[in-house]
Design a protein around this ligand. Structure first.
Ligand SMILES: *[C@@H]1O[C@H](CO)[C@@H](O)[C@H](O)[C@H]1NC(C)=O
Length: 248
């Protein structure tokens, strides 16, 4: 029997014996999967152990999804599906740790719209939204700024809501602000982003060399970047550098 699961079988078996009130929960020992959802609490389930029906709790913050489903132990994030529809309720109280409202879950950042936390057994890992996206608390994922309440505009575009903004030291990528929303853009092949005029221009500029065109065999063309820079800088692609600065 797994030690991480909170065993409540003793109480449950007593309750069943005394009240004969377990009729609504299907006997897991009579099912093929040997696991059934609790009929009242979406964060509890019943499993057949040595011929006995035993009640278990999902890991804190998760609800029962079905055997071999969900993110761990047959349990899933409550918002992933209609696991907790009325009249079912989540009965276990949240156990919080730093950055985590529950031991398991995905939570908003305290100070930034472009960051969020994933929590696994109470350990928080900071995550970043890239490409001008912001964390959407309702969707529990990165989303277009216009869908994110309270974080509609990005400070990156404060100076000019429809202007271009350099992206780190990149020679071909930049942010294009559209009504205050940043969009990641790339200069057309052979051009470089000029941080003075804030436009794509014919190189060289002060910071950017003339890109060298590689002439790949036609069949490889699709999979290769069309322009390679002479500079020894690593490609800036969708790296840490490509996110807008945190909103503080
Ligand atoms: C979760 O963390 C607790 C304490 O930090 C530890 O005792 C337990 O084994 C962990 N459980 C899992 C499933 O990793």
């Amino acid at each position: 029997m797994s030690s991480e699961r909170h065993l409540t079988s003793f109480v449950a078996i007593l309750a069943c014996a005394a009240l004969a009130s377990c009729a609504q929960v299907e006997d897991p020992c009579k099912t093929k999967s040997r696991v059934v959802a609790d009929d009242k609490y979406c964060d509890k389930y019943w499993e057949c152990d040595n011929g006995q029906s035993v009640q278990y709790d999902c890991p804190n913050g998760l609800v029962f999804a079905g055997k071999h489903r969900g993110v761990t132990e047959g349990c899933d994030y409550p918002w992933r599906s209609n696991y907790c529809e009325y009249p079912k309720v989540q009965i276990n109280p949240p156990i919080g740790t730093e950055h985590c409202d529950w031991l398991y879950g995905i939570f908003g950042h305290e100070t930034s719209c472009t960051r969020y936390w994933t929590c696994w057994n109470g350990t928080a890992t900071e995550q970043l939204c890239i490409g001008g996206l912001l964390y959407n608390e309702n969707a529990h994922s990165c989303d277009w700024p216009e869908n994110v309440d309270g974080c509609q505009k990005h400070p990156l575009c404060n100076e000019d809501p429809n202007g271009n903004v350099p992206l780190g030291k990149s020679c071909n990528r930049y942010w294009q602000c559209q009504g205050g929303y940043p969009r990641l853009q790339r200069c057309p092949a052979m051009l470089v982003f000029d941080r003075r005029s804030l436009r794509c221009v014919v190189p060289p500029t002060e910071e950017c060399d003339v890109p060298t065109t590689t002439a790949p065999p036609p069949e490889e063309e699709e999979n290769r970047p069309r322009v390679q820079h002479q500079s020894k800088r690593p490609s800036q692609g969708f790296s840490e550098q490509s996110r807008p600065p945190p909103r503080n």
